[in-house]
Design a protein around this ligand. Structure first.
Ligand code: GLN
Length: 486
């Protein structure tokens, strides 16, 4: 069977009866076995997925299949799935079995998606390479000597290697978009609050969002439509009505023009002038901007003077939030309990020392430090001010332009192990993705670049507030216009 690359393709195969749900799931399970060396899945729910396939097939036969009937999905290991282990790829949660579904999972299942397994990630979603997972690194399927990105690296690798059609990731500072960029896929981070965080293992609660990694814009739109919307279990989930994103994108069904969207965008000068930006990524981004202008788009350069504040502000605030969120893994409330302890204090110390890896410990210590008396104002308070400035400046741009274009990452997927011992070098790789998290706006990475070294890279678009609709329409246009040249 030729690997399907969209739900529309699968639907065609199912309705012509060339394929049934069981064959489809068996196809993916076969690929998973064959590509085990990638380490994309921590656990595969094979039997269960086959049983669900039968049930979904019966529904399809009766004409009652849900909106995601035919969609086989990988779920990041930090999103709770009732009755299943969810470890955030950490030793501390190795034996944690979820007793409820994340809201996003409930909604996926209600529309007949099949969750085929849980995908590896950086420990507690902290990282950009997948090398910090307790279960070992995930390899990039396009070149196994390279990282797939992170922290949703297992999700991206699984989709890129056709181990499932789509995957769910989480994005606190780029963890959906950066791996999508490294693996040649579409990665969508919805606006903050668009998708409920209930059941997502918290990292930085004012940044975290769940979103899809897919081959096609249509699948991203459909998954978002299903998982988005208000939720009484998450008071930060937005209550605005969820538009029917998937209906807006007719192009894949061969309809002529999609819905109209404003043909106007800004692009940020500083990222393009950044010394760390790979020259080929720079050139491709500028070419696309110029071609859009030649197509009649109004596209203008805008200065964004706070680019250098992004990484420090994010890493102060995200680690502060992480230090608080991870306090519960003390061996008593939650998480690994050391067998070598004999009193309360040593239970805390040893359970946490054994349960967490180096990067997580570094973040907890950094976060605790920036929140501590005497340093709070100098670090956490400052970072909040920087976040406010970044927010205000970004909103000023959105007053005039509906979209902002910038690269997703400074360079394509790097070699496994190449980041060495310097955590800051890796943090700096997040410079273009964390903008959207700091401001809480939607952002997408589109697979529009191919580096001469052979690896793909993404182009990023951000949109205002909760305007995923405009973002998806523009993205659909972009893929039709530039996708085949990537
Ligand atoms: N690389 C970033 C970090 O380590 C982003 C992580 C994420 O989005 N989960 O914090």
């Amino acid at each position: 069977m030729k690997p399907p690359r969209s739900l529309i393709e699968i639907r065609k195969l199912l309705s012509s009866r060339e394929v049934d749900m069981k064959t489809l799931v068996e196809f993916y399970l076969g690929n998973i076995r064959e590509k085990k060396h990638l380490n994309a899945f921590i656990e595969v729910f094979g039997e269960e997925a086959l049983e669900r396939a039968d049930r979904v097939q019966q529904k399809i036969d009766r004409g009652t299949g849900g909106r995601l009937a035919g969609m086989v999905i990988g779920l990041k290991d930090n999103i709770c799935y009732k009755g299943h282990y969810t470890s955030a790829s950490s030793r501390s949660l190795e034996n944690f079995r979820s007793i409820y579904n994340a809201t996003a999972v409930d909604r996926l299942l209600a529309e007949d998606a099949i969750i085929i397994g849980r995908t590896g990630c950086d420990e507690f979603a902290m990282g950009g390479t997948n090398e910090t997972s307790y279960y070992g690194p995930v390899l990039n399927p396009l070149d196994t000597s390279r990282v797939p990105g992170g922290s949703s690296g297992g999700s991206a690798a699984a989709v890129a290697a056709d181990l499932c059609l789509a995957a769910i990731g989480s994005d606190t500072g780029g963890s959906i978009r950066q791996p999508a960029s490294f693996c040649g896929l579409t990665g969508l981070k919805p606006g903050y609050g668009r998708v409920s965080r209930y059941g997502l293992i918290a990292y930085g609660s004012s940044f975290d969002q769940i979103g899809p990694i897919t081959h096609s814009i249509q699948d991203a739109a459909l998954i978002l439509e299903v998982i988005a919307g208000k939720d009484e279990y998450d008071s930060t989930a937005r209550s605005e009505k969820v538009p029917e994103y998937s209906m807006l994108l007719h192009s894949a069904e061969g309809k002529k023009d999609g819905e109209p969207f404003p043909r106007k965008f800004a692009y940020l000068k500083e990222p393009l002038d950044h010394p760390g930006l790979d020259p080929h990524i720079r050139e491709r981004t500028i070419n696309i901007i110029e071609e859009l202008r030649a197509d009649g788009f109004q596209g203008e350069p805008v200065s964004f003077p706070y680019l250098d504040y992004m990484v420090p502000a994010y890493y102060v605030m995200a680690t502060a939030e992480a230090s608080s969120n991870l306090a519960r893994y003390d061996g008593i409330h939650y998480g690994h309990r050391s067998e070598n302890s004999d009193n309360l204090r040593s239970t805390y110390v040893k359970s946490r020392s054994e349960g967490f890896g180096t990067e997580v410990k570094r973040r907890i210590m950094t976060g605790t430090f920036v929140l501590s008396t005497g340093y709070y104002d100098a670090y956490y308070g400052k970072a909040q001010k920087a976040r406010r400035l970044i927010h205000e400046k970004t909103m000023e741009i959105f007053d005039q332009y509906p979209f902002i274009i910038l690269p997703t990452t400074p360079r394509p997927a790097f070699l496994q192990g190449s980041m060495g011992e310097d955590p800051v070098a890796l943090y700096l790789e997040d410079i273009f993705t964390i903008h959207a998290n700091l401001v809480g706006i939607p952002a997408i990475s589109l697979p529009l670049g191919k580096h001469p070294e052979g690896m793909p890279f993404g182009l990023q678009i951000m949109s205002a507030g909760l305007d995923e609709t405009g973002l998806l329409l523009f993205s659909d246009f972009m893929m039709n216009r530039f996708g085949s040249l990537a």
